[in-house]
Design a protein around this ligand. Structure first.
Ligand code: SF4
Length: 434
């Protein structure tokens, strides 16, 4: 059973008088257990939908849906499948206490892997899940492989009962499912021989393994389980050499690089980030692979849309990791617009100084960085640091943060998204956020 959260006005569902709170029980005689059933079983045009209204009335609707017309139903969010592992490097293990409860949920859900590109280890996959993956052709999946040698993977996931990932992937591939893989690299556990063996195994899946990303282990000051070595410049350089040699081979044999390093790996190694041609279709950009290069590209492409902003002073808040990469970008923006950009690198007060990602900055960091700066006409902060409800990881709201600051503040993904709309505004010395 799934429950209706919203109904679009004027939609088929609203004409049928389906309302929020309605339970959807079955479609064409098949039980509806989650959003996947709903999405796939309502793809037909002739539908028999069995519901229970909030009033308790059971109704069977017999619908002929015009081709392409949506039913207009939004479901309540699914309850996520919980993770069965206890990885030492788990980001959730590294969260400080006292944050809102949903942040501590360890999800490991093949459904979200297909629907949103969330990585899943597949450790909790049951026989019924395999059957659904095949029936609904959930491809590609995003799989946290970490290591293919079974013993190494058990250790990495801190789970002696973890299934053999090679057997699982072989079965999925035989059923027509493709996948993207990621390996979080923990020095001493899955670099060296384990890494080579894992890449050899994954490469052997041919075009069914669409890409693999190497991501350096990231720890916060709260990662109390972790006993391994931390990532350093030498480790990062060795990993990049592996990325390079496998990438060259894949380029020769498959005409695409296949193996990618996350941006963080390049930053840790002090190596220049590759250009746009390196990343193909940016298949793992959500995993931090190529996001800086993509940002540079979007800024370069958007330059011509930017208005003159002569004389305005614009603050740009970011984390320590992005700090060194910003001056070039901001110089270009300055030249194009005539505005003066000031880079403000903020330290993460919630996770500690080892956490340098801009997207993990919290509301208190933003306030500290911008408070007492009435000289700025405008400030841009990382849009990734706020969720879809406008809330930072420390529960501060964007609206609340903005109210405390003496200049208009905007979340921005690539500067252009905000600055292209600034042309009509006149310079202001100070003012409350809009
Ligand atoms: S698989 Fe590991 S890293 Fe992912 S949520 Fe579970 S314990 Fe955390």
């Amino acid at each position: 059973m799934v429950r209706v959260a919203r109904v679009s006005p004027g939609s088929i569902a609203s004409e049928l008088e389906i309302v929020p709170g309605t339970e959807i029980r079955s479609v064409n005689g098949r039980e509806i257990t989650d959003f996947l059933d709903w999405e796939f079983l309502t793809a037909d045009e002739a539908l028999e939908i069995e519901v229970r209204l909030p009033s308790g009335d059971d109704i069977l609707f017999d619908i002929e849906r015009p081709e392409g017309e949506s039913l207009g139903v939004e479901l309540e969010p699914p309850s996520v499948r919980r993770c069965a592992n206890r990885c030492e490097f788990c980001f959730i293990e590294g969260l400080p206490k006292g944050l809102r409860k949903p942040l501590y949920i360890r999800d490991d859900d093949y459904r979200l892997s297909f629907a949103y590109g969330n990585f899943a280890t597949l450790s909790n996959l049951k026989e019924r899940d395999f059957q659904r993956i095949f029936e609904y052709r959930l491809s590609p999946l995003y799989v946290s492989v970490h290591a293919t040698p079974w013993e190494a993977r058990k250790k990495l996931l801190n789970n002696p009962r973890v299934p053999n990932i090679l057997e699982q992937l072989t079965r999925l591939v035989a059923g027509g499912i493709r996948f993207h893989g990621q390996m979080v690299i923990v020095p001493g556990l899955n670099d060296g021989d384990v890494l080579e063996q894992s890449l050899t195994d994954l490469y052997a899946f041919g075009e069914n393994c669409l890409s693999v990303a190497l991501v350096p282990v990231g720890l916060t000051q709260f990662s109390h389980l972790y006993t391994g070595e931390s990532m350093n410049v030498d480790h990062a350089r060795r990993l990049l050499a592996t990325v390079e040699s496998w990438g060259e081979r894949a380029l020769r044999e498959r005409r695409e690089r296949w193996l990618y390093g996350s941006d963080e790996l390049y930053l840790l190694a002090g190596a220049p980030l590759p250009g746009i041609e390196h990343y193909g279709d940016f298949a793992q950009i959500e995993n931090g692979v190529g996001s800086v290069t993509s940002l540079r590209h979007r800024v370069a492409n958007g330059m011509s849309r930017l208005p003159r902003l002569d004389g305005r002073r614009i603050g740009v808040v970011t984390g320590k990791a992005m700090g060194p990469l910003m001056p070039d970008l901001l110089d270009g923006l300055s030249e194009q617009t005539g505005a003066r950009f000031e880079l403000i690198v903020a330290e993460n007060s919630l996770f500690g100084p080892t956490t340098t990602t801009a997207g993990l900055l919290v509301g208190a960091d933003i306030v500290r960085a911008l408070n007492g700066r009435p000289d700025l006409d405008l400030a841009l902060i990382p849009a990734e640091s706020i969720n879809e409800d406008g809330i930072f990881l420390d529960d501060a709201t964007f609206a609340g943060v903005r109210e405390q600051l003496p200049m208009p503040v905007f979340p921005s993904y690539d500067f252009v998204d905000v600055l292209e709309h600034e042309g009509s505004a006149t310079p202001v010395a100070a003012g409350r956020g809009r």
